[in-house]
Every structure is written in C-alpha cells, then in structure tokens.
Ligand binder design. Sequence first.
Ligand code: DAH
Length: 346
Amino acid sequence: MYNKLEVEIALLESKAISEIKTIVSLQGLEKIKLDYLGKKGIIRSYFHNLKKIENVEEKRKLGAIINAFYDKLTAIIQERASRLKTEEINLKLQNETVDITLPVRPEKVGKIHLLTKVISEIKFIFAHMGFKIVDGPDIEDEFHVFDALNTPSHHPARETQDTFYLTDKMNNQKMLLRTHTSSVQIRIMEKAKHFPIKIVAPGRVYRNDFDATHTPMFHQVEGLYVDKNVNMGQLKFTIHCFLKKFFASKDLKIRFRNSFFPFTEPSAEVDINYKGNKWIEVLGCGIVHPNVFKNVGIDNTQYSGFAFGIGVERLAMIKYQIDDLRNFYDNKINWLNHYSVHFASK
Ligand code: DAH
C-alpha cells in the first residue's frame, strides 16, 4: 500500500529527473537545485508539513521517505553537474584546439661566416699538432711590425701607400695598423721564458690596397716554432701535414719555392697543385733570421726556429671555389646564405 505522500513524491521525482536530464547549462541546473533542495525549496516545504503530523510512527515513516528523496535528488543533481562540467570543458577544448600540423613560423638564426669557419678549421688542425693559439694587437708600433722583423726603414712595405699609419704617436713611435701577423711572433718571443715556443696567431691585417685580389683588411694566421735544432725539414713536414689535412687530400701536390722575406733565411713560398695543373701560392715561410732573435733577446746560437704566414682568404677561395675576394666582405645575403654554416657544424 502506498500512502499519498509516497505517490506525490514519486511523481515529483520523475518530474525532477526529467527536468534535470534535459537541462544543458550549469546555471539552469543550479536553479533546479534551489527549487527542490534550497531553503525555500519544495522538499523544505514537505519537512515543514511534517511538523503538523502528530503520530510519531507516521512522522518517522514519512520523514524517512522525504529524506530518501532528498538524498536521491542530491546525488542525481551532483552527477548531472559533473557531467555538464565535463561537457563544458570538452567543448572548450574542442574550440581551443591547436592545429599541430601547421608549420612553425620560420625562425631567423644567425650563421657563421665562411672566413670564421676557415679560421677555426686552421686553428683546429694546428692545435692538434700541439700549437698554442695566441693573438696580438691590430694597432701596432713600427718596432713590432717592421724593425724587430729585420725590415729596414727604407723597405717599401713601410711606405704609406702600403701601410695605414695613425696620426697619434705612442712612446715616440709611429703607430699603424699591422700589415701582417708576423708582429705577434715578436710579441710572443719578447716575453718567452720557456721553450719550445709553438704558436699560431690568427688575426686581421691591413694594407692600403683595393681591387679584385686585394681588400684593405684581410686575415692571416702566423705560425712560429722555436726550440733547439729546429730545421727546414720540420717546417716542410708541418706545412705538408697542415695543407693535406686542410684540403682533405692525402696526395695533394705541394711545392716549396725559393723566396725572400726579411725575417726568414732561407725563405720559401709554398704552392699547391689543387684540382688541375695550375700551381697556386698559399703561404710564405722560412727559418727565423738570426737578426730577429737578436732583436727579441733570444740566443741564436742555442735556438733556431721556423715561421710561416698563411693567407686565410686565399685558402678559403681555393677550398670553396670563390673567385672574387671582395665576395667575403660585400655582405650579399644570397652569398652569405650559401657559404655560411650553422653553429652546430664544425
Ligand atoms: N708576413 C708575410 C706576409 O705578410 C708572410 C710570412 C712569410 C710570414 C714568411 C712568416 C714567414 O712568418 O716566415 O706576406
């Protein structure tokens, strides 16, 4: 037997359930919750009416029914609320999807200029042969660029048409932009306390010249080895090793040609025969002149040495087949993109 309240509540329940099921917004659900379960809601009014019932047994029974309805409705509303929340989140996610198949925006990454790469290739090879990498100042005095290197004051290299002189003097000496990295030899030997000296010095050099084969600034790598009994054979061996490694060619043809530099005796120029039958000059070298040792206070009866000077642009032009020296410096974007390398590569 159902009593009247039970029937009423059963009807109310199915009404509430259908309302809850059809509601699609959390706001709407909140309103239903207030209507049924709120302080002024329907269920409250049933509890209120309970007070009027005198029969304790009857009161307990009806109270249990209302309570059960309250609990059931609370659970159904909670479940619906969590479903609506999930739906809301899913909808949001759907609308906010990121299309991961879209290509990323191109990022501008700087690259290493070919000359920087070639200089590091050269340093790398000599470092493996035990040479220390050093440097010296671009702005020099006449002593380090000329006098100490046994270059007399009437030598044509000292003329202003070849050398950029600065207007300021220092310690009463004319200052200039170094015309070769050989000045670093002098700076290193002046300070040397221990032997052997085994260095390479890469850097910029400056000459008052500008055409297809000359730029007013270019790069050299100077090499110097000083010890007891240093000889021409060691120089040749070192140059051979370097050039074969640099051009990645075991059977590179190399030729030493008699030459003259004021700071070496004997002196040689080195040519290579690279991919073809033309000989191309790549560097100058020789045995350190005794006067140079005298000028830096090294005992030339005990020590001897060899030196060499490499033209970086020239090596780069041969290896990477570039025919105009000015390409290195005119900063054309296509050229730079083509010849530059990414940071990661060696
Ligand atoms: N300094 C020379 C030049 O600029 C190159 C050179 C030749 C350097 C012979 C040397 C050397 O150390 O021994 O043309």
